[in-house]
Design a protein around this ligand. Sequence first.
Ligand SMILES: [Zn+2]
Length: 356
Amino acid sequence: MHVHRRLLNESMTYRAQRARIENRALQYETGRRASVRSGVVTIPVVVHVVHNPSTPAQNIGDAQIHSQIDVLNRDFRAANPDVSRVPDAWKPLVADIEVEFALATVDPHGAPTEGIVRAETDRTGFDSHDAVKAAASGGADPWPSDQYLNLWVCQLGEGLLGYAQFPGGPPQTDGVVILHSAFGTTGTAAAPYNGGRTATHEIGHWLDLFHIWGDDDGACSNDDRVADTPNQADSNVGKPAFPHVSCNNGPNGDMFMNYMDYVDDDSMFMFTRGQRERVNACLEGTRASFLVAHQAAPATPAAPAPETRPAEAQTPGYVAQDADVERLLHDTERLTREALTDIHDALGLVGHRFGG
Ligand SMILES: [Zn+2]
């Protein structure tokens, strides 16, 4: 939220983008617009391990990275075993987000990759000011953020477990940063943050989900703009007992077991249907590049190509068929139309807010 507010203050473009994104999310959330994507989308991931050689533990092993990808693929598919602990009242709300994650198999230059980049740094740690996201400031440069989800794993100060950038921000800092000891389930991962849920939470932000309590410091005045999550005063921490009532939200109280609260890893285990609508709005809006790449290259999962569009034409070993090209053109046309609609909507939203 700190990064979000800084960007809102500093950048007119970001403010305009956020208004547009929020307007689209509202249309999905209220059912005025329906999701058109079908099936599961797989997001190619690159993990940048930024480590100081004097602290070898920071250079986490491949197994720890794979353990994190496994957690994401359970949590975003509601395939996590602990989803059975969701209170009965909310079981009907549990949502399969239909998003999966795979370490990239092709790098931005078209070469094969494991999807893991290891970069040495002479810094002892990082904070939320994005130094880790650029080689020039002791970190590692992102891969094109419209084709890859960039995850940076490093030593973090300020008591941070991780932080994310919401959709609509600058591409060169787009992605998620996570403390190495709150990443994955093995290696340096340390209790109570060794369930891989920091990444689940932060990628929730990357897909446009807000904190479930609405970041209003206990005021009950703001919420997460998702209708099926109860209004809740403030964040919950540790391992709360059900129910925890706030903001007159009894009898069931806060949905503190939602991934977008602040509880321990072993105490969070659900996304809701309303949250899925926000994710769909994001994937069919600001982050539509992942859907287009995915739809056009079903035979080569996690194999986006760099730099140019249509990306698929450059993917090694992938020969575009006429039908693929036609579908891609159709998708592009549709997305352009939607972008124009969005601009009209955003203008309408601004007019409505400030004119009336
Ligand atoms: Zn958060």
